[in-house]
Design a binder for this molecule. Structure first.
Ligand code: NI
Length: 149
């Protein structure tokens, strides 16, 4: 669910919740929101949470990630193999490696290593995994490691 939908959904019903914090932190917060021109704490907290959600969403979609896309399918189904190959060629820049294993007479296991913007990787996986005839598919995302210690 994207941030806009979350905001729309929560508009329907307002939920009250308590927040615990030290008096010193609350005093700092009150000073901050007064400087920022908010009328009350609830208004300020809502705005700050929305900002954070939007920021997080943007960061996630813009980040470069690596992922594997795993697919199990029968190579005998219609033109499934051709369709999957066609999609993969379209994204040759992001798909850095593929492995194809013939599981038995009918079934194939294909594992793709993909690297690129999170939003691009997600849409590649969506296109492949929504192809009719895929028996099982999964996208597993991980970090490029650049930002990890
Ligand atoms: Ni095969």
């Amino acid at each position: 669910m994207n941030t806009q939908k979350v905001i729309q959904k929560t508009k329907k019903k307002t939920i009250r919740f308590g927040v615990s914090m030290s008096p010193a932190l609350l005093q700092e917060f009150d000073r901050l929101i007064k400087d920022m021109g908010y009328g009350n704490r609830s208004e300020a907290i809502r705005k700050l949470i929305r900002e954070k959600l939007v920021q997080k969403e943007w960061e996630l979609s813009a980040n470069e990630i690596v992922a594997t896309i795993t697919m199990v399918y029968s190579h005998e189904v219609g033109e499934l193999t051709e369709r999957l190959t066609e999609i993969q060629h379209k994204y040759y820049k992001q798909i850095i490696s593929t492995m194809h294993i013939h599981l038995d007479e009918h079934n194939c296991l294909e594992v793709l290593a993909v690297k690129g913007r999170a939003s691009a990787v997600k849409s590649i996986a969506d296109r492949l995994l929504s192809t009719r005839g895929i028996k099982h598919g999964q996208l597993t995302t991980t970090s490029t490691g650049k930002k990890l210690m």
